[in-house]
Design a protein around this ligand. Structure first.
Ligand SMILES: [Zn+2]
Length: 306
C-alpha cells in the first residue's frame, strides 16, 4: 500500500514537472513523446520500442526513395517541435542539413552506436565526395544487419528513457521485445545462408554491405551508395565480368529505384532479375521483419542455398 502511494506521488510529481517544462509547446506534451526520424526502418524501430507512449513522425513520406528527398521548411519546422530527433548522418544530405538548423529537440545520431564502417570503394570515383562532411565516407545502411539494428534499438531506448522517465519500463520492455525479434532474424539469416552454391550478389545500389559482411557474402553494386548515381561504362563492364566469373544467376532490382540499368546488365550477362528490398521505405506488404524475411528468401533463391 505504501509503495502504491509512493508510486502515485512520483507519478504526480512527474506530471507536474512535465507541465512546467512545456511552456512553449502546449498540447503535444499531454500525449507523450513526439519523435521525428528520417525514414522507415528507424520509424519502425522507434514505434516498436516506444509503443503507444510515442508518436513517430517520419520526415520521408511513404514510398519515396529517401536518399535524395529534400525536406521542406515546414518539415524542418515540424521536426523542431519534436521532443527527440533520431537519424544517421551521411544517409540523407537534406536531413543532415536540417539537423543543423533545429534547436528544440534532443538529437540522437546513430553512427557511433551502430559502429558504421567505411564505404567499400569498388567504383573508385568518390575522391571528390570524401571530405564533404564528417560521416561522408561511412556506409549508413546499418539497418540491413539485424545485430546493428539491435544496437540502434538500445541507443533509442536510452534516449526515450532520458526524455520521458515516467515510461522507462515501457521502453525497456519494447527494446527487449525488438531485440528478441532481431536475434531470431539473425538466426534465420545465418542458418538460411549457411550452405549456398554461390556467395556473390549483384544489387542495384550499395545498400547491402553490412548484410553481406555479416553472412559471409560479397556485394557487387551497380550504383554506389546513392541509387541515383550513374555507373560508368567501365563499371558496367567490370560488373558483367564479375557475373560471368562468379556464375551469378540473378541481378537484384529494388522497388523504389529505376530498374533500367539492372535490366540491361542482366540481359547482357544472361542473368535473371529478382527484387531485394533495401527497406528504405515500408514494404508494400508487411514491415521491417517480414521485408527482411522476404529478402532472405530472395537471397536463397539467387545463391542456390539449401
Ligand atoms: Zn541506400
Amino acid at each position: 500500500m505504501k509503495r502504491l502511494v509512493a508510486a502515485l506521488a512520483a507519478g504526480t510529481l512527474a506530471l507536474t514537472l512535465g507541465a512546467c517544462s512545456s511552456t512553449n509547446s502546449s498540447e503535444s506534451d499531454t500525449e507523450g513523446l513526439t519523435v521525428a526520424t528520417s525514414f522507415y526502418p528507424l520509424a519502425w524501430l522507434i514505434e516498436s520500442i516506444g509503443g503507444d507512449d510515442v508518436t513517430v513522425i517520419s520526415m520521408t513520406p511513404a514510398n519515396v526513395e529517401p536518399h535524395d528527398y529534400e525536406l521542406s521548411p515546414s518539415d524542418i519546422a515540424k521536426m523542431n517541435e519534436a521532443d527527440l530527433v533520431v537519424y544517421v548522418e551521411g544517409f540523407q544530405p537534406s536531413m543532415d542539413a536540417a539537423v543543423e538548423q533545429i534547436s528544440g529537440p534532443e538529437v540522437l545520431e546513430l553512427s557511433d552506436s551502430v559502429g558504421l564502417l567505411p564505404l567499400e570503394e569498388d567504383h573508385g570515383d568518390d575522391d571528390d565526395e570524401a571530405h564533404e562532411h564528417d560521416h561522408g565516407n561511412l556506409d549508413p545502411h546499418f539497418w540491413l544487419d539485424p545485430e546493428r539494428m539491435s544496437d540502434a534499438g538500445e541507443a533509442i531506448e536510452e534516449s526515450l528513457s532520458q526524455a520521458d522517465s515516467a515510461n522507462v519500463t515501457t521502453y525497456q520492455e519494447g527494446q527487449e521485445t525488438v531485440a528478441g525479434q532481431l536475434t531470431d532474424l539473425d538466426t534465420e539469416f545465418a542458418d538460411g545462408l549457411a550452405t549456398c552454391e554461390r556467395q556473390t550478389i549483384v544489387t542495384t545500389h550499395a545498400a547491402f554491405g553490412y548484410l553481406t559482411n555479416r553472412y559471409g557474402l560479397t556485394q557487387v553494386a551497380i550504383s554506389g551508395i546513392d541509387p541515383e548515381a550513374e555507373p560508368s561504362p567501365a563499371d558496367l563492364a567490370a560488373i558483367k565480368s564479375t557475373i560471368e566469373e562468379t556464375g551469378t544467376t540473378t541481378v537484384f532490382t529494388e522497388e523504389l529505384a529505376s530498374p533500367k540499368t539492372a535490366e540491361a546488365v542482366a540481359s547482357e550477362a544472361g542473368a535473371d532479375l529478382a527484387t531485394l528490398n533495401p527497406l528504405e521505405s515500408q514494404p508494400s506488404d508487411g514491415d521491417y521483419v517480414s521485408g527482411m524475411e522476404a529478402n532472405l528468401a530472395a537471397l536463397q533463391g539467387a545463391l542456390g542455398c539449401n
